[in-house]
Each structure stands twice: as C-alpha cells, then as structure tokens.
Design a protein around this ligand. Structure first.
Ligand SMILES: Nc1ncnc2c1ncn2[C@@H]1O[C@H](COP(=O)(O)OP(=O)(O)O)[C@@H](O)[C@H]1O
Ligand SMILES: [Mg+2]
Length: 345
C-alpha cells in the first residue's frame, strides 16, 4: 500500500492522529537512520557528520540533490557540534533536555533545541578564520539545509536518570514525532555502547547504518551488534532494519584490512556499501578545522580532497539506495525542498 493511502486508511478508521503519524513515520520509506556500533573510534561520528553535511549540501557535480537533514548527537562527548566548529559554551538546549522532558508535551524543537543552518555556517566560518590567521573564510564553506540537535556531557547521566522512568526507551521517538515530517533524512549519532542512549536511537530510527573499522576486533563486536539489533527488532521496534555497512579507515595495503572487508562482505554482501573510506589524515584533521571534510576539502581523486570524495561517493550511494528502495515500495515521495518551493509559488 502506498504511503498516502495508508495514512488515509488509518485516518478514515478514526485512529488518533498520534498513531497515524507514528505508523506512517515508522515505515520503511522514512529515512531515520541510527549510525551505530558499540565499538569506539570506528568513525561513527565522522560518518554521521559527513553524510549529513553531504546530503544537506548536495552537489550537481556529484549528482546529489540537496535535502533537508537533521543530525542528532546522542553521544555525551558532543563531537557533532565541535565537528561544525560550534563551541560547547554556545550550546543551549541539548539532547539531554529532550530526553529528560517529563511533561510529555511537544517541545519547541525547531525554535529552541535545534541549531539552524545559519548558525552552523557562521561557526564553521569563524573556526576556519581562527585556524587560518584571521583570513576570511571561503563563502562556499556553508550548509543550507542542515539542523543539529547537539549533546553535551550531561547526557552521560541520562542513562541512570531514565533507568526507572516509564517509556525510557521511546523518549527520543516521541519527542521527534511532531517534526519528523519536516526532514528528508534524520541521522542519529550514537555513543560507543549499547546502553539506553543507543536503544533510544534505534527505537526512534527505522534504519541502522554500521560503520565498521577494518581491523581484527571489529568482527567480534559486529556479531554482538547484530544480536542487539535483533533484540530491539523483536521487543521494541519491528521496523528496524540494517540499511548498510560502511567499511572505514581501510588501508588497502594491509592484508588484515582486506581480510576484514572480505569477511563482512561474505556475511552481508547486500548490505555492504561498495564505497570504502580509507584512513586519511585530512579526514581526521577536519574536525580540528571546524568543518566536515566534505565541506572543507574540494573532492579530488588524490591528495587533500581524497577523503572528501570518498564521503561524497558514500552519500551518493546512500542516496541511490534510498531511491531504489522507494521505487521498490512504490513510494514517490518528493523531497521536502521541492515541496516547499512548490507551496511558496
Ligand atoms: N577515514 C579516516 N581516516 C583517518 N582518521 C579517521 C577517519 N575516520 C575517522 N577518523 C578519526 O578516528 C577517530 C575516531 O573517529 P570517530 O568518528 O570519532 O569515531 P566514533 O564516533 O566511532 O568514536 C577520530 O579522531 C577521527 O578523526
Ligand atoms: Mg562518536
């Protein structure tokens, strides 16, 4: 059944609006995607930040249309904000305030919680100037369609605080429901554990993207992650599926690196992204310059822009997967930016 037909059918049967919204939001066509892996340092944040920035910015050259993106940081380390040069002291409301909300009422997310594109652009430009001896930042170091829900260290207490509260696993899903239709993609960065924060992310999401670092221990953690996803599917979120697995920090010269890629490919060939991300200094340096590599470095086949090109290619592959899936399900949902432009005319 097509998405709108399903929505209408539920409405006609007088289901409450919240249920209609939830059923339609938690369908396989909406892109709410948790970037998860309990292993630390496997490039979850780097992948979430670059994917979000590339999808939001879009590029004619790369054949990727711009879309409206919300990036949510559920890691108490708060690295998503710093990846865009946002100073921690400038962050007001965070994911913690959202999860700790006891009132159950809708929160003014768009106005008070999310950092808007203009502010993200300003902070990237300020950070660039600071790192480059006060020079003016290039004007194309900007992002127009990206909102960020930042986090801070307070979030580390949320797991304990929420542990005895009702609805602790579904707090994020409930809080997002009113704004879910405003975005084409919602990308959630998760902490390196399978605790309540990651469970909240996988409960709000309908897809999981797994970055896997091409090294030996990665495979051990991988099966644990698959078991956790299965448990969440069985108990709290039947809609959760694996969207894709991205190999990160690959070293093509290392035998081990190739072995891990082959192993993951033999386990889940359909899920593995063709694009692999190599271990490259420029990718690691980008957060220090206060902008994701896809915005900071012009994509090139080699040299400084190689990492940028790899993340652009990953974003393109992601986009094509989404299109193919929508075609398969018969959903012809238009990108939000197009719809908004049409409404304005
Ligand atoms: N492709 C890459 N090449 C080199 N360094 C990388 C790459 N991807 C990530 N890093 C670095 O590895 C570290 C861990 O990455 P991060 O994205 O923070 O992982 P996680 O969020 O899974 O803990 C960071 O210092 C990051 O800059
Ligand atoms: Mg991280």
């Amino acid at each position: 059944m097509k998405l709108n037909q399903k929505r209408l059918a539920l409405k006609e049967e007088n289901y409450p609006r919240r249920i209609v919204r939830e059923c339609c939001c938690m369908n396989p066509y909406k892109m709410v995607i948790a970037v998860a892996n309990q292993k630390g340092g496997c490039a979850k944040t780097t992948t979430a930040v670059n994917l979000a920035a590339a999808l939001a910015k879009g590029s004619k050259k790369q054949g990727l249309p711009p879309s409206k993106v919300l990036l949510i940081d559920l890691d108490p380390q708060g690295n998503c904000a710093t990846s865009f040069g946002v100073e921690k002291k400038k962050v007001k409301k965070t994911a913690y305030d959202l999860l700790a909300n006891e009132s159950g009422e809708n929160l003014p997310l768009m106005d008070e919680y999310l950092i808007p594109p203009k502010q993200l652009t300003e902070s990237m430009q300020e950070a660039w100037s600071m790192r480059n001896g006060g020079k003016k930042a290039p004007t194309n170091l900007s992002v127009g369609n990206l909102w960020l829900l930042p986090s801070d260290i307070h979030l580390s207490g949320a797991e304990i605080e929420l542990s005895h509260k009702i609805g602790r696993e579904t707090r994020l899903r409930e809080a997002l429901a009113p704004i879910i239709d405003k975005f084409d993609h919602i990308i959630i960065d998760t902490p390196p554990s399978l605790g309540l924060l990651s469970i909240n992310a996988m409960c709000a999401a309908n897809w999981v993207m797994v970055p896997v670092q091409a090294e030996y221990y990665a495979l051990e953690g991988f099966s644990m992650l698959m078991n956790s996803i299965k448990m969440i599917q069985r108990r709290i979120n039947r809609n959760l599926k694996i969207f894709g697995i991205a190999m990160t920090m690959v070293d093509a010269r290392s035998k081990l690196s190739r072995h891990v890629c082959d192993q993951v490919n033999s386990k889940m060939p359909k899920k593995l992204f063709k694009t692999t991300i190599r271990r490259l200094v420029k990718v690691a340096e980008a957060p220090w310059s206060g902008a994701p590599t896809v915005l900071l470095n012009k994509p090139t086949n080699s040299g400084a822009g190689a990492g940028s090109l790899e993340y652009w290619t990953l974003a393109k592959e992601y986009h094509h997967r989404v299109l193919a899936m929508r075609r398969e399900f018969g959903v012809s949902e238009q990108p939000r930016l197009l719809l908004e432009r049409k409404n304005r005319m």
